[in-house]
Write a protein that binds this ligand. Structure first.
Ligand code: CTP
Ligand code: MG
Length: 248
């Protein structure tokens, strides 16, 4: 039985504001999605029994051929599909490919927007799924104080929102990707997620959230700062510095 990865790369990157879709924006001279794909394929578990052998990439509708060309030289079993209107729809399109594959029993879902994910983190997630956890996410402790706020009142001066409460943060985790799943469980979660009320599905902003809606357990393993998501131009600038550092 084998491990596959879904690499989500079909978003537009509105908040990054680049002329290219975010996954195609260069970092150290290469597109984000190429960094992410390589790191997924490089991961080795301690037993070396499990590596990602199938990669399904969700591409922006206008860039399917470009993404195919970019990843061709990686060799191996790489499939590029056209992404959907939402991240959830993109993952669902990729899962259709995997549902038809023989032999895949574990699937990772990873965002191309997290190009510098350490292969060791990828391996940790695979190992936790192999150890019997049906859904596993990497998470990091939240370092800022977190407060829940209400609507701002009208009045002069800067916008001021009332604090409703301070959320105890010791038990909070900021969740990253790759998220790892027993394939059958994730297929069920996506089928269920497609049917639930829109706001409920929206509240589940990641794949593990859909598994939670099913009532199945989700576990957290230690994440890594290098798996941070690139959302804004500042995030991209930070990633450039980290990569330059790693290369010198
Ligand atoms: N994604 C996808 N299909 C979509 C939307 C997003 O495959 N319809 C992917 C993105 O390419 C990205 C990941 O999901 O790798 C996380 O999404 P996000 O960081 O929000 O990326 P974008 O949607 O591209 O950015 P923005 O929200 O700023 O437009
Ligand atoms: Mg988005």
């Amino acid at each position: 039985m084998s491990v596959a990865a879904v690499l989500t790369a079909a978003g537009s990157g509105a908040r990054l504001g680049h002329r290219l879709p975010k996954a195609l924006v260069p970092l150290g001279g290469e597109p984000l999605l190429l960094h992410a794909a390589r790191r997924l394929l490089e991961a080795r578990t301690t037993t070396d029994d499990d590596r990602v052998t199938t990669l399904v990439v969700t591409a922006p509708a206008d860039h399917v051929d470009a993404v195919r060309a970019l990843l061709g030289h990686l060799g191996g079993d790489v499939v590029v599909v056209r992404g959907g209107a939402t991240r959830q729809a993109s993952v669902a399109a990729a899962l259709e490919v995997l549902a038809a594959r023989e032999g895949v029993d574990v699937v990772l879902v990873h965002d191309a927007a997290r190009p510098l994910v350490p292969p060791a983190l990828v391996a940790r997630v695979v190992e936790a799924v192999r150890a019997g956890h049906v859904a596993v996410v990497p998470g990091l402790p939240v370092t800022d104080t977190v407060k829940q706020v209400g609507a701002a009142g009208l009045g002069d001066g800067p916008v001021v929102q009332p604090v409703l409460r301070t959320v105890p943060r010791a038990d909070l985790r900021a969740v990253q990707t790759p998220q790892g799943f027993d394939l059958a469980t994730l297929l069920r979660a996506h089928a269920h997620g497609a049917g639930v009320a829109h706001d409920e599905a929206l509240a589940a902003s990641d794949d593990a959230g859909l598994v939670e809606l099913l009532g199945e357990p989700v576990g957290v393993v230690e994440g890594h700062e290098d798996a941070a998501k690139i959302t804004t131009a500042r995030d991209l600038a930070v990633a450039e510095l980290l990569l330059r550092d790693a290369r010198t």
